[in-house]
Design a protein around this ligand. Structure first.
Ligand code: COS
Length: 376
């Protein structure tokens, strides 16, 4: 397995790193504290191709690989995990529509999302079901030349700002996928969640109340939407792994810097094995995470099955990054628990990564089912 980046991938990584340092990091902490959705940053990310990295250039994307997407995501998340999750969902929505949409759907929906006119949202989860996605209750009835959607979606990232929502509902044929534009009659944005972390991201309920969309809003085949959702989540899990890697790296960087500056008993605390070994463990686990994540991304790029690889990357990386953030707070002592230092934000931000786009338990289930079916 080749883990070297191609020159295009390295260029995208550098573009993301430079932009994150210049434009995202300086406002990350203030935006997170204020719960301010960084719309202007998303527009600038779109201009750089980073809101749709794998989408073909003909539709306004960067036309690059999943590996390029992964390394760009890590760079953005190193600066601001809230920005990273908004970027991740937009990338995922562009990929779903490009993959399953008709030419007409692609040309109507994708260019505004790649061009920074607004963001996309992914609406699967409902108040009573997250892990058990097939239990969703939203419905879609065919009425004349329209579909009429009813139901409630919850924890919808970007939902309050979405230009297009990709939403799942049950028709007579089964779970199906719909593209719902902003302003569709009967689509109402509900309450915004007051979250523990990633507070600059927008997380809302969406209510579909006799929401009317045209027949052409159906994405893919009627009744085949569950597969669309599952295959989108496989890719999304590489994004979340990449995001959590960025948060873990930022926390470990901050901890290493602090350990060299802070003295105790007459020496920098980095001289104590108790501290140095924490940093060593975080760095080792994050490097293993990086390799698992790149491996999943390369598998996706080469057209191989990658569900298991993506689930392994997600469960390992999100949990390793969470440990790294805990250690970073520990290295800072009391200073790790106050807002003057960034590590408390990393710890709050990282926690959601082993919850959304499939909990750690769901990743283990996906891995176990696959290995019991196909062997190790
Ligand atoms: N890609 C394509 N198709 C898939 C798939 C995948 N990764 N995983 C499952 N499918 C298909 C199966 O092949 C099966 O198709 P058929 O009905 O044609 O045989 C169908 O989907 C049902 O699969 P399965 O029986 O495995 O479904 P389960 O209800 O047991 O659910 C889990 C599978 C638990 C893995 C799934 O519900 C899941 O991932 N849940 C987590 C959802 C999630 O991540 N939510 C977060 C939302 S975004 S914040």
């Amino acid at each position: 397995m080749d883990f070297e980046l191609s020159s295009d991938e390295a260029l995208i990584q550098k573009t993301a790193r430079d932009f994150a340092a210049a434009r995202i990091l300086p406002v990350a902490s203030a935006n997170e504290r204020a719960g301010r959705f960084p719309e202007e940053i998303f527009r600038e990310l779109a201009r750089l191709g980073l809101m749709a990295v794998t989408t073909p250039a003909a539709l306004g994307g960067a036309g690059a690989t999943t590996v390029a997407y992964s390394v760009a995501m890590t760079e953005v998340a190193r600066a601001c995990a809230s920005t990273a999750v908004g970027m991740a969902v937009n990338n995922m929505v562009c990929e779903i529509v490009t993959r399953f949409g008709t030419d007409a759907q692609c040309s109507r929906v994708v260019p505004p999302l790649t061009g920074g006119e607004g963001v996309g949202a992914f609406a699967l989860t409902e108040p009573h079901c997250g892990s058990d996605a097939q239990a969703l209750r939203a419905t879609a009835r065919a009425v004349g030349d329209t579909w009429v959607l009813n139901g409630t979606k919850t924890f919808i990232t970007n939902g309050g700002y979405a230009l297009f929502v990709v939403a799942w509902a049950k028709t007579l044929a089964g779970i199906s996928t719909f593209i719902v534009p902003r302003g569709a009659p009967g689509l109402r944005v509900g309450r915004e969640e007051d979250k523990c972390g990633i507070r600059a991201s927008n997380t809302v309920e969406l209510h579909f109340e006799d929401c009317v969309v045209p027949r052409e809003a159906l994405l893919g085949d009627d009744g085949k939407g569950f597969r669309v959702a599952m295959s989108a989540l496989d890719g999304g899990r590489i994004g979340v792994a990449s995001q959590s890697l960025g948060i873990g790296l930022a926390a470990t960087d901050a901890a290493a810097k602090y350990a060299k500056e802070r003295t105790a008993f007459g020496r920098p605390i980095a001289d104590f094995q108790a501290i140095a070994f924490m940093l060593a463990d975080s760095t080792t686990e994050l490097e293993a995470s990086r390799l698992l994540t790149l491996r999943a991304a390369r598998a996706k790029d080469s057209g191989q099955p990658f569900s298991r690889a993506a689930a392994m990357a997600k469960v390992f990386t999100t949990e390793a990054a969470t440990r790294a953030c805990h250690r970073a707070v520990q290295v800072h002592g009391g200073y790790g628990y106050i807002r003057e230092f960034p590590v408390e934000r990393y710890l709050r931000d990282v926690r959601v990564t082993s919850l959304y786009e499939g909990t750690s338990e769901i990743q283990r289930l996906v891995i176990a089912r696959d290995l019991l079916r196909s062997g190790v």
